[in-house]
Design a protein around this ligand. Structure first.
Ligand code: FAD
Length: 436
């Protein structure tokens, strides 16, 4: 991807300027200022647009995977011969659902941060990919491992939250209480550069003790010149709130950031459903385990996308049945009660934030499960009677993913990585995956 023209930052010696982040023992992260993902996407899109045989359809919202189920054949979680024949997708310009048949389908629908109200994720991160594969009876793994980033900018009302990159702590940033004292050494010998799970739990504990809704991040020990060079985007954002990070502490709070679990895939990105691959945040390659080190997701996404290409060009010949039906929305009407969608999303996010957040317990999980079930029933009922809309489908997916997170968390009777429960604070003796 460097050959495509991505300009990772270099130092004055001409070598790549490698950043260090939480849990890292070496400087190892290639970056482009504080907008690495943006730079990678910019260059990849340029390449894609230059390829005449690639068509990008930005006004389609994918609803469901097509499998034998749509041909009237019974499939369930125990079926090991499920095949994917493409997708049903909602054309948002024509307001109609279309059937898109394909030899190979790749799910790359991103994360699920919007299961929580406080998240750094873009608004599309509603877990659509995981939910679609789950409904198609594919296997989903380790959904309880949700990474909460310790340092989202505290700015009530801003949705999604703005991320203060971990590179700021890698650059010397120190977490402080409101009175200015440093606290991370009391939780971990690595201080403010401890891994994200430890840091997020420490901040959560500090906020619970003090009653404050944030702690501070202090990077004022670095020169203004250095800060502007490495974090121009974060500097500009803070300034819009009247915070000059070269002189002021930045108020920060944890927010849902990354889904380590997802669609089970093998080392070539193949899912448990034939002809269906998955990569990026919606997949579970096994690379992140119960935790995720900063910077590994962009690496994982690009490596697995390439592996999928290598595998798919060999597997591409399959026979697609001819009798795949069109989308059936007979009898549904246009809804005029969209308040249900907004309300049920808020309620789901509240349940998840209060009961299935950084610190969990059996009591909280059971309560969340009971409450979510009511919202699930109500939303499914509404979905069956009304014409599809993007917002309604995203709500269904958020609820589905919330359910998977709770169910997986209930199965894990231990604390490990990103899953911490007060009922089982230690590691279990044996390692295992939760697969649903
Ligand atoms: C603020 C922030 C900073 C980060 N910084 C880093 C970092 O420095 N290093 C690192 O390694 N990782 C970082 N991450 C994580 C990393 O950016 C993500 O994990 C990664 O971008 C996910 O890529 P993806 O291709 O899986 O999903 P995305 O980039 O989210 O793409 C998913 C695509 O699928 C589309 N989509 C979703 N649902 C549907 C549907 N139903 N129908 C049709 N299309 C759909 C979306 O519109 C979107 O285009 C960061 C994440 C955030 C939020």
């Amino acid at each position: 991807i460097i050959d495509y023209g991505i300009k990772f930052d270099k130092g004055s010696d001409g070598f790549y300027d490698l950043a260090m982040e939480g849990g890292h023992s070496e400087h190892r992260v290639l970056h482009y200022k504080d907008v690495t993902g943006y730079e990678i996407e910019r260059v990849l899109l340029k390449e894609i647009h230059a390829e005449p045989n690639i068509e990008i359809l930005t006004h389609y919202f994918c609803l469901e995977l097509i499998t034998q189920h749509h041909l009237g054949k019974f499939v369930d979680k125990r079926s090991d011969d499920i095949e994917c024949y493409g997708v049903y997708a909602f054309n948002t310009e024509d307001n109609d659902v279309e059937k898109i048949v394909s030899n190979v389908t790749i799910m790359a629908a991103g994360g699920a941060g919007h299961v929580y109200a406080a998240t750094t994720n873009p608004v599309i991160a509603t877990g659509d990919g995981m939910a679609m594969v789950y409904r198609a009876k594919g296997k989903i793994r380790n959904m309880e491992f949700i990474q909460f980033h310790p340092t989202a900018l505290y700015h009530p009302g801003e949705y999604p939250s703005f991320l203060i990159s971990e590179a700021v702590r890698g650059f010397g940033g120190v977490l402080r209480r409101r009175n200015g004292t440093e606290f991370m050494q009391e939780y971990d010998g690595r201080g403010s550069l401890a891994p994200r799970d430890i840091t997020a739990r420490a901040i959560d504990a500090e906020m619970k003790k003090s009653g404050d809704e944030f702690v501070y991040l202090d990077i004022t020990m670095r020169s203004k010149e250095d800060i502007l060079k490495h974090f121009p985007n974060i500097y500009a954002k803070c300034l819009t709130m009247g915070i000059d990070m070269t002189k002021d502490f930045i108020p920060v709070t944890p927010a849902a950031h990354y889904m380590c679990g997802g669609i089970v895939v093998d080392e070539f990105g193949k899912s448990s459903i034939k002809n269906l691959y998955a990569c990026g945040e919606c997949s579970s390659t096994g690379l992140h385990g119960a935790n995720r080190l900063a910077s590994n997701s962009l690496l994982e996404a690009t490596v697995f996308a390439h592996r999928i290409y290598l595998s798919a060009i060999q597997d591409i010949i399959i026979s697609i049945p001819e009798n795949i039906p069109e989308w059936d929305d007979f009898g549904v009407t246009q809804s005029n009660e969209d308040i249900l969608v907004t309300h049920n999303l808020r309620e789901t996010q509240k349940i998840m934030g209060d009961y299935v957040g950084i610190v969990r317990s059996d009591f909280r999980l059971e309560r969340a499960h009971r409450r979510l079930f009511l919202i699930y029933k109500e939303t499914e009922d509404f979905y069956k009677k009304n014409k599809v809309s993007v917002k309604l489908c995203e709500l269904r997916n958020v609820i589905q993913v919330a359910y998977m997170i709770i169910k997986s968390a209930m199965q894990r009777k231990e604390s490990r990585g990103l899953h911490y429960t007060t009922d089982y604070p230690a590691h279990a003796k044996e390692l295992f995956d939760t697969i649903i």
